[in-house]
Every structure is written in structure tokens, then in C-alpha cells.
Design a protein around this ligand. Structure first.
Ligand code: NDP
Length: 449
């Protein structure tokens, strides 16, 4: 049995059996059996089932948000917003079912047409930082395309996915279409990657494990979508609205206690505005409410585990520009909001901290800003703050990242594509683009002779 903890109290909130490789095989077999009937469900009925699932998520929103908040340690206000997004994701893909279609292509001698075929059984492997959200980003398009699914949540945070599996059944999605299996990545995850009957792996997690998923998938030429780590830059030019940029910056890196692949954990600031910006940034960071995740005013909770706290702490060894407060003498894996002045060569600027630690780095001009932003193996997201529209677009085009925002730090929306360049992975989630990753294009030529 594995104990599932509340990271804010260190209390055990559930004990679950750990699934074995044989149970993973059995889940794949169930999904395989369910596939022919599920792919044959008419598009309008499949859409109706997804819509019902969306409505159920809305109806049980408070329960799901509490499960997520307790299991991940995330503030309840954030958990509510995330569950709201989960419902929106299922609504979106309900609407997408009959809008993802093939084309007819003019050719000699007949008619050429394309079809979007489901892949079969897909394995979805998700991390602990946004368990339900990321599960829905994969489940929505996978089901919309007519695939059946084995979903493996992270061992630390299985509770919301297990509940979602029950809601799928309650919504009327047939038995066997969605199989949620809680177990270790090295056992259940690995088995899904190797299994000959799994056609695709949708993976979100670390670049290191992503690499091994890609290697493992090669044996069966499995399709993979990899959403991996990030080390995103928040680029602040001197002509930006500095007050607005500084007020927003803490939430772009300390949200979810920094355990966010999109965290703008490198704050690049034009030298001429550096001192003023740092002053404003410290003031804004001091205002972040850290504490009990159940309190609706709380903006940042604890880290996920003691082991993770040790890893995050290893990035802060010297002087800091600012260190925030954490609940005093209480249990929980707390870590304060921390700002460090750094160069882009320092470890804190090169590796993904995945905790509430931001590196503030000066740059001289636009060319240096772009060079520093791109001087990382990652390429997930980032922001550009300036009042010069042409510069904003020039820099946005030059930064090697998949998801950028100008005068804003928000990069995740249900209707728009999300995913990385370079070692942040490949494939796109969300938007209509996600459907490409859960279907094959079939080309049929029909002779008229
Ligand atoms: P991991 O890569 O350790 O785990 C991710 C998932 O993979 C978990 O479900 C884990 O299972 C599973 N897993 C572990 N080993 C294997 C294996 N050998 N084969 C198959 N599956 C396996 O990442 P974390 O959960 O620690 O998440 C943090 C990392 O994820 C960060 O680096 C972060 O940047 C990245 N991430 C990227 C996102 C993106 O969209 N780009 C979003 C969120 C996080 P288990 O934990 O049960 O062992």
C-alpha cells in the first residue's frame, strides 16, 4: 500500500494499493476490448458523452477542487480555477468531435479523400503538479478522436484522477474506455511505454523521464507527445509599464509554489531599469500570501514533498535579494518565495528549480535579451514586457519557445496550442492542434474509372 499525503500537514489522506505490471496489462486489455465499440459511437453521441462529463465536473467542482488542494497542497482558489478549466476542456473537445475531419484533394482519375482515424489504446502519463488539469488536456482530445485510454496519475497525486475515472462512468462513457491506474512510473508507466498494444503515449513530466519514454517507445514505434520541463524567461524592457510587470512577475513564478513547467523563473531586466524594477519586484513578492491552502486568501502553499523541498533548497546557497515568510513551526513542506540576483551561467538560471525561486538577471539591449532568453536547453514559454509593439513582436519571433505572451504572463488557454521547443518536448496540447496527436491521417483514393 502507498500512503498519499497532504503536503501542507504531512498527514496521510489515503492509502492505496500499488498497481503491478500485470494490472497494467489487464487495463490495456480492457481498453483494447472497448476500442471497436467506442470508435463506432456516432460523433454526436461521443460529443454528448463528453458534454455530460463536463457538466459532471462542474457539478462536482467543489469536491474535485478540495481533493486536488489537499493532495497537491495547492491553494483552494487555484484548485477551483483549475477544475473550472477541466470542465471547459471537456466542453471544448465535445464541440471539436465533428469539426476534426478530413479533406478531398483534387487528383486525376478519381477522388482522393482523407480520414482522421483514432490510434487505438493510448497511455496517458501525468505528473503531480497539475494532476487533473493535465489529465484532462490529454483525455479530452484522446476520447474526442475515438481512442480508449489508460491514464496513469503520478504516485503522489492519484486521487483526483481516480475520481475523474468514476465520473466518466457516471457520465455514461462505457466501461473500459477510460481506465485509471494508480501505480509507480517505473512499473505501470514503464509497462505502458513498452506494451505492444498501446499505440501512443501522451506524457507530461521531467525531461529526464521524457527521454526514457522516447527511448522505450522506439521499440514499437509508438507515437509520443512529450510535455517536459522549462526554464522560461520573463523579459522586462526599460520602456515597459514597470509597476504592472513587477506586480505580475511573482505570480508567474511562485504560483503553484513554482512547481510549474511554465514558471518564468528567469526574470531578465534591462540594465537601465534594473534597480527600480528589483525594488518593485521585492515589494510585490513580499505581498504573496503564503499559508493554509484551504484559506481562500492563500496564494501559495507548500511544495509537494520533503524530497522535493531538499532539491529546491539546493539551489539557494548564497545571498538572496529577498526571502519571504512561511508558516512558523508547522508541519508541511514549506519553502519561502526567494529572489536571487544571478548571471545566466549560474545553476539557478540553468536548471529547472520547480520551486519558488526566481533568478533576476540584467541585460544590456534587445540583442542580449534574446541571446539570454535562448541560452537554455528548454523552450516552453516566456513573456515580453515593452510598450514598443514592433519590438515585442521581433522578440517574440526570435525567442525559441512554444508559448509566449506580451505584457502578460498567461500562456495556457483551452482553445490555443500549448507545448515546447527544444528539450521542452514536442507535440501540442489544447486547442484543435491536440487532436493531431490522437489521430492518424488516412488517405483513400477512389478511382472513377
Ligand atoms: P516525472 O518525470 O518524474 O514524472 C512524471 C510522470 O511520469 C509520473 O506519472 C511518473 O510516475 C511517471 N514516470 C516516472 N518514471 C517513469 C518511467 N520510467 N516510465 C514511465 N513513466 C514514468 O516528473 P514529476 O512528476 O517529478 O514532475 C515534475 C517535472 O515535470 C518537472 O521537471 C516539470 O517541468 C515537468 N512538467 C512539465 C510540464 C509541461 O507541460 N511541459 C507540466 C508539468 C510538469 P510516478 O511519479 O508515479 O513514479
Amino acid at each position: 500500500m502507498t500512503a498519499v499525503l497532504n503536503p501542507a500537514t504531512e498527514e496521510t489522506i489515503a492509502e492505496l494499493p500499488e498497481a503491478s505490471a500485470e494490472e497494467a496489462d489487464a487495463a490495456v486489455a480492457r481498453a483494447k476490448d472497448a476500442f471497436p465499440a467506442w470508435r463506432a459511437v456516432t460523433p454526436s453521441d461521443r460529443a454528448r458523452l463528453l458534454r455530460r462529463l463536463a457538466a459532471l465536473v462542474e457539478e462536482r467542482g467543489e469536491e474535485l477542487a478540495r481533493i486536488e488542494s489537499e493532495n497537491v497542497g495547492k491553494p483552494i482558489s487555484g484548485a477551483r480555477a483549475e477544475v473550472g478549466m477541466v470542465a471547459e476542456v471537456f466542453h471544448f473537445y465535445a464541440g471539436a468531435v465533428d469539426k476534426h475531419h478530413g479533406e478531398t484533394i483534387p487528383v486525376a482519375g478519381g477522388v482522393d479523400m482523407t480520414f482522421r482515424e483514432p490510434l487505438g489504446v493510448v497511455g496517458l502519463i501525468v505528473p503531480w503538479n497539475f494532476p487533473l488539469n493535465i489529465a484532462s488536456w490529454k483525455l479530452g482530445p484522446a476520447l474526442a478522436c475515438g481512442n480508449t485510454v489508460v491514464l496513469k496519475p503520478a504516485e503522489l497525486t492519484p486521487l483526483s484522477s481516480l475520481r475523474l475515472g468514476e465520473l466518466c462512468l457516471e457520465a455514461g462513457i462505457p466501461e473500459g474506455v477510460v481506465n485509471v491506474l494508480a501505480g509507480k512510473g517505473s512499473i505501470v508507466g514503464q509497462r505502458l511505454v513498452e506494451h505492444p498494444d498501446v499505440a501512443k503515449i501522451g506524457f507530461t513530466g521531467s525531461t529526464e523521464v521524457g527521454r526514457s519514454v522516447m527511448e522505450g517507445a522506439a521499440a514499437t514505434i509508438k507515437r509520443v507527445t512529450l510535455e517536459l520541463g522549462g526554464k522560461s524567461a520573463n523579459v522586462i524592457f526599460a520602456d515597459a509599464d514597470l509597476e504592472k510587470a513587477a506586480a505580475a512577475a511573482p505570480y508567474a513564478v511562485f504560483d503553484n509554489a513554482g512547481q510549474d513547467c511554465c514558471a518564468r523563473s528567469r526574470i531578465l531586466v534591462e540594465s537601465s531599469a534594473y534597480d527600480r524594477f528589483l525594488e518593485l519586484l521585492i515589494e510585490a513578492t513580499a505581498g504573496v500570501e503564503v499559508g493554509d491552502p484551504a484559506d481562500p486568501r492563500t496564494e501559495m502553499g507548500p511544495l509537494i514533498s520533503e524530497e522535493h523541498r531538499r532539491k529546491v533548497a539546493s539551489f539557494v546557497d548564497g545571498e538572496v535579494a529577498f526571502r519571504g515568510a512561511v508558516p512558523d513551526g508547522e508541519k508541511g513542506f514549506w519553502f519561502p518565495c526567494t529572489l536571487v540576483e544571478a548571471s545566466n551561467r549560474d545553476r539557478v538560471a540553468r536548471e529547472e528549480v520547480f520551486g519558488p525561486v526566481a533568478a533576476v538577471i540584467p541585460f544590456a539591449d534587445e540583442a542580449e535579451a534574446v541571446r539570454l532568453a535562448n541560452d537554455t536547453p528548454y523552450g516552453l514559454s516566456g513573456s515580453i514586457w515593452t510598450r514598443d509593439g514592433a519590438r515585442a513582436l521581433r522578440v517574440a519571433r526570435a525567442v525559441e519557445a512554444g508559448v509566449l505572451s506580451v505584457n502578460s504572463n498567461s500562456s495556457v488557454r483551452v482553445a490555443t496550442p500549448f507545448g515546447g521547443f527544444k528539450q521542452s518536448g514536442f507535440g501540442r496540447e489544447l486547442g484543435m492542434q491536440a487532436l493531431e496527436g490522437y489521430s492518424e491521417t488516412k488517405n483513400v483514393y477512389f478511382s472513377l474509372e
